[in-house]
Design a protein around this ligand. Sequence first.
Ligand code: PMP
Length: 306
Amino acid sequence: MDLSKHAFFEGKIVPLSDAKINIATHGFLYGTAVFSGMRAYWNEEKKRLFVFRPFDHYHRLLNSARMMSMEVPYDEESLIQLTLDVLKADDWKQDVYLRPTIYKSDMGIGVRLHDLKDEFSLFVMAFEKYVKNDSNAHLTFSSWRRIDDNAIPARGKVAGAYANSALIKTDANRAGFDEAIVLDQNGHVSEGSAMNIFMVRDGVLITPPITDNILEGITRRSIIELARSELGLEVVERSIDRTEVFIAEEMFMTGTAAQVVAVTKIDHRPVGTGSMGPITAKLREVFDNIVHAKNPKYKQWNLEVG
Ligand code: PMP
């Protein structure tokens, strides 16, 4: 794995090799950490790196922290500034993935959220594809259920909750599938292990609402907006039943790491024609252009690393 040479740790930029936490740290012992996954894309023509929607990522990170009773002395703007500093400390000329984390940093035993200190950390890594078959993914229904918002905040990114995602992903991969669709406690489609889900029925784009235990995905939000404004599609946020996915015309998953993954088979049944549909293909193209800062109409989503 090609990791950054520098990181932000305990209030300053340090060599990544010095950004170490003790094994007695609360966030490590209990999963009391929240994080985000952001990307910065390399624009070959402009010879510049552009961070995609950093304000939205940091806004969600601070909301996740709020749900977990965490406090850090940063707002979205100061987090963006230190992110630019970390990116500039290394000389990236390729697409990268950024992992900001806020964690309970005290050492010792005692499961709780209160009376504990919090720290912010950030490192960067080179990143290409997250799902290998991203133009023809084969999914299964996971036998695991998505964490319920009444157990762990599902709309935010809480590190401990990713034990659920890890179980989902490993069982799907070991059974020979690329990813899994996860149902919530009510039996509705929620999302994948680290991706939101969309399907097309009768030309309408449908995705589960944020009240169906999904992560409030930033790619999801971007795709909803682009489907409406660039493709003129009707987009509906509503619960999706299990069997609806078998009769969908198209299906895809979205995420910062995954980007837009075309789903062409579910439990050995073809989705639509069994190959990537036209709406999925168009959205992938539009999205890829925008994240690489090639569409000036959406330049407010691209933060240039000067
Ligand atoms: N759901 C889960 C559980 C995730 O971990 C992710 C990845 N952050 C997503 C959905 C997609 O969210 P985003 O588009 O903000 O990356």
